[in-house]
Design a protein around this ligand. Structure first.
Ligand code: ZN
Ligand code: ZN
Length: 344
């Protein structure tokens, strides 16, 4: 890469950086030295403070999401500081603290964008999937899709807010009004953030983990769950609504069975194993099953305004950037209570 590409940079920059790269799905990431990316029109170059590891990264690496850019730098829970802006960027300065989420670009003119549903944009691009993400020392991002962050989150603990927090929050906005007893299936990164918001808003949280996962159930209780148990268990009271973060389709009928009349079961994940057939009785009485796709910038602005008021604190396990494969494996095996975060 010609170093003159960074001719507009106000500071001297290295010409290369370290990154963890997915060259082929279902293979380990490879540590590579790659050219420092150059911000194009509307983009900023940012220097990473940290990048969280999301379950979606596992779906990308494992080939369950089938259209990644290749080679790809994964990662979409980015906390970073702006180094400098490309052309046509307004409102961001060098040194600004930003969070960069999964939604990396929308077209602004398709029928979904025009209807305020940019999460469904026909031309959307996604950080760490169809554009390079944050398993690296630097990355570029479209300035309009970067969120300002408060200093409280200028550390690795802020990273999980950018997807676990945002998608968790969007899922939460669909549970309906007058929900007091909220079930959460899969008590990982998203759940451990969302329970703080739910409790702040006076809700009771019932946490469901993999059957027999005592450690996970203890963690949920330590975070304030009024009840924690196996996913196959029936809660002591019917739930008013439930959110599924575990990517396990068999949980859908179980959650419906535990949810009261008129309640909603929200599927928060981007990928899920097949949902087994179930008797109509489980859906009858106006229960609702729905999915959640991506996020809008409005969700992000709302959640990142709310988070410091709760205040949301994350439980993290940090790994050096070079140990991304080990971190992904720990997440795959359910060994992370809280969130895994890479620190370059
Ligand atoms: Zn669009
Ligand atoms: Zn994610």
């Amino acid at each position: 890469m010609p170093t003159t590409a960074h001719a507009n940079a106000p500071v001297s920059l290295p010409s290369t950086m370290q990154a963890m790269v997915l060259e082929q799905p279902r293979r380990s990431l490879v540590a590579r030295t790659v050219p420092l990316p150059v911000p194009g029109p509307g983009q900023v170059l940012v220097k990473l403070i940290a990048c969280g590891i999301c379950r979606t990264d596992l779906h990308v690496v494992d080939g369950e999401l089938t259209h990644p850019k290749l080679p790809l730098i994964p990662g979409h829970e980015i906390v970073a500081r702006v180094v400098y802006s490309g052309p046509d960027v307004a409102g961001l300065q060098a040194g600004d603290l930003v969070g960069i989420p999964w939604l990396g670009y929308t077209c602004g003119h398709c029928r979904y964008c025009l209807a305020g549903k940019e999460n469904l944009c026909e031309n959307a691009r996604f950080t760490g999937y169809t554009i390079d993400g944050g398993y690296a020392e630097y990355t570029v991002a479209f300035a309009k899709f970067c969120f300002p962050l408060v200093d409280r989150y200028a550390n690795p603990g802020g990273a999980p807010l950018l997807c676990a927090g945002l998608i968790g929050y969007r899922s939460y906005t669909f549970i309906g009004d007058d929900v007091h007893r909220l079930g959460i299936y899969g008590f990982g990164a998203a759940a451990h953030i969302l329970i703080q918001v739910a409790r702040y808003q006076g809700k009771e949280v019932y946490a469901f983990t993999r059957d027999g996962d005592q450690e996970g159930q203890d963690f949920a209780r330590s975070m304030g769950a009024v009840w924690a148990g196996d996913s196959s268990a029936t809660p002591p009271q019917p739930l008013d609504a439930a959110i599924l973060f575990a990517p396990v389709g068999a949980l859908v009928p179980l959650a419906l069975r535990s949810t009261d009349k008129g309640g909603t079961v929200v599927c928060g994940g981007i990928h899920m194993s097949d949902i087994p057939s179930f008797p109509y009785d489980l859906l009858w009485e106006e229960r609702v099953v729905r999915s959640v796709a991506n996020l809008t910038r409005k969700d992000g602005a709302e959640f990142l305004d709310l988070a410091p008021r709760v205040p949301v604190e994350t439980t993290i396990h940090t790994f050096p950037l070079q140990q991304a494969n080990e971190a992904l494996e720990a997440l795959r095996q359910g060994k992370i209570h809280g969130a895994a975060v890479l620190v370059p």
